[in-house]
Design a protein around this ligand. Structure first.
Ligand SMILES: Cc1cc2nc3c(=O)[nH]c(=O)nc-3n(C[C@H](O)[C@H](O)[C@H](O)COP(=O)(O)OP(=O)(O)OC[C@H]3O[C@@H](n4cnc5c(N)ncnc54)[C@H](O)[C@@H]3O)c2cc1C
Length: 465
């Protein structure tokens, strides 16, 4: 077996692992990255990017259909058709470009990439197996970085395969089902469910909680609920799924214990993801764990010296930008920089229709933390740009301390609000006060004016409402 020594060995080439490796390479740290599947990980290959590509294609298709049935904008078009194979090829092309780009960036940074599955022997030694299962290389390192990500959780009564889809299957359909049942109304289930509805599929969502997007506050998710109903997505909330058979479809039990079946050609199970911590020797390290995720401190150190962990393998929030930020932070510490991973806020975005953004504390969270706060919302119905975009639903809300007006959180729901996440995050990280945002000139006409107006309103100085 070939032997190799390096300072940093990264297991996993997702956004956490590849960013750590690029930054380490830039800092002159000899770095090896091991990836069993494709560079880019879940995010680039079966997560963020392909899902947003499909959501965009579905949106454009639906707009074309609306124009065919009499558009208020005066656009007249014929009934559109969908070449699904071409849609999937287009999406795959974007994935290809991005994963290729990551390979190029790693090369440029001098990182050695090993294609294969890492098996941990101890905290400083890993063997790498190729697709044939043969161990081809042993790598010794000073620092081991675990960035192995996460995998979808299956329901025991409905294992993935055939008609039972994971999110990965739903991103590369060969045909569109006539009836799709989505199990789970979290962001992944709803993003994909809404996209399929826009592509013309009959979509039914089953959720155990009484609300869609149950981890978000209710006022914020109300516009999403209304839009789901308007678009014809059928919701069964407070219901649990018992199983599936080809003849009757998905067996469901509601809160009153009544049982019924929902006919379905395909079932998308999107009930969550779990950290990938088994099957590659991680157990042998005897790291501190909470449930299924690796415990880390504010430096992304595990309980074992020289072993670091980042991204989904370390638990919630399982988001690509958190993984990337942690990756950069670890690389800099290995290079001797004094860094900690202690963000003021990690933005969370749902690319539903309308989109939802949460950064920092909601009013309820601020109050629960014992803070006296003020909050104010500005509706897009009073925003000129939103009108020109036919997107007047939703609002921007700000939460700030009552005593000194320090901004604690932002929430927004509406079309295109994902792009406001940058402004929200910056204001919180920079310790902005309501006055800072209220007195910053925001370009007109933009959705961003609603951000300024929310701050003005919290100060009792709103101009346009
Ligand atoms: C459908 C979907 C949509 C999503 N949308 C968003 C979004 O819009 N925004 C957002 O922020 N997040 C989104 N996410 C979550 C995001 O994809 C993850 O948070 C992110 O990819 C985590 O990065 P990571 O580096 O921790 O792990 P991953 O991206 O999962 O990468 C881990 C990599 O490690 C490799 N690996 C694992 N074990 C080994 C081993 N033993 N040897 C070698 N290689 C190994 C895997 O093959 C994988 O490539 C989405 C996820 C899904 C499924």
């Amino acid at each position: 077996m070939k032997e190799l020594s390096t300072k940093l060995l990264v297991i996993g080439g997702g956004p956490g692992g590849y960013v750590a490796a690029i930054r380490a390479g830039q800092l002159g740290i000899p770095t090896v990255l091991v990836e069993g599947e494709r560079l880019g990980g879940t995010c680039l290959t079966i997560g963020c990017i392909p899902s947003k590509a499909l959501i965009h294609a579905a949106e454009v298709f639906e707009q074309a259909r609306q124009h065919a049935t009499g558009s208020p904008l005066g656009i007249r078009a014929g009934e559109p058709t969908l070449d699904l194979a071409q849609t999937v090829r287009w999406k795959d092309g974007i994935v290809q470009r991005l994963t290729g780009g990551v390979g190029g960036l790693l090369r440029k940074a001098g990182v050695q990439v090993l294609q294969g599955w890492a098996q941990i022997e101890d905290g400083k030694t890993v063997t790498v197996r190729g697709a044939d299962g043969q161990a081809a290389q042993r790598v010794r390192c000073e620092h081991l970085l675990l960035a192995t990500g996460s995998e979808p959780v299956a329901l025991p009564s409905m294992p993935f395969g055939g008609a039972i889809w994971s999110s990965t299957d739903a991103l590369s359909p060969d045909v569109l089902p006539r009836r799709l049942v989505v199990v789970g109304a979290g962001y992944i289930g709803l993003e994909l469910g809404i996209a399929y509805r826009k592509l013309g599929v009959e979509v039914t969502v089953v959720e155990a909680a009484q609300r869609v997007l149950p981890s978000y506050d209710e006022e914020l998710t109300q516009p999403v609920l209304e839009s789901l109903k308007k678009s014809g997505v059928v919701l069964h909330l407070g219901c649990s799924v018992l199983g599936w058979d080809e003849q009757h479809g998905v067996h469901v039990r509601n809160a009153r214990a009544d049982e019924f079946a929902l006919p379905a050609d395909r079932v998308l199970v999107a009930v969550g993801r779990r950290p990938r911590t088994t099957g590659f020797g991680l157990e042998s390290l005897q790291l501190d764990m909470t449930g299924r995720h690796v415990v880390i401190d504010a430096h992304c150190r595990t309980s074992m010296r020289g072993v670091w962990a980042i991204g989904d393998v370390t638990g919630e929030p399982m988001l690509a930008h958190r993984a990337m930020a942690q990756g950069e932070c670890v690389a800099e510490q290995i290079a001797g920089h004094n860094r900690r991973f202690e963000p003021m806020a990690i933005p969370a975005v749902c690319f539903t229709d309308p989109e939802v953004v949460v950064v920092g504390k909601t009013p309820a969270e601020a109050r629960a933390a014992g803070l006296e706060c003020i909050d104010a919302a500005f509706p897009f119905a009073a925003n000129g740009r939103a009108m020109t975009l036919e997107a007047t639903g939703g609002f921007v809300r700000v939460v700030a301390r009552k005593d000194n007006h320090l901004i604690l959180g932002w929430q927004a729901v509406g079309r295109g609000v994902a792009e406001l996440a940058a402004a929200f995050g910056q204001s919180i990280e920079m310790g902005a006060r309501l006055e800072d945002v209220a007195h910053t000139i925001h370009a007109h006409p933009t959705l961003g004016e609603a951000v300024q107006e929310a701050a003005l309103r919290a100060l009792g100085q709103a101009l346009h409402i």
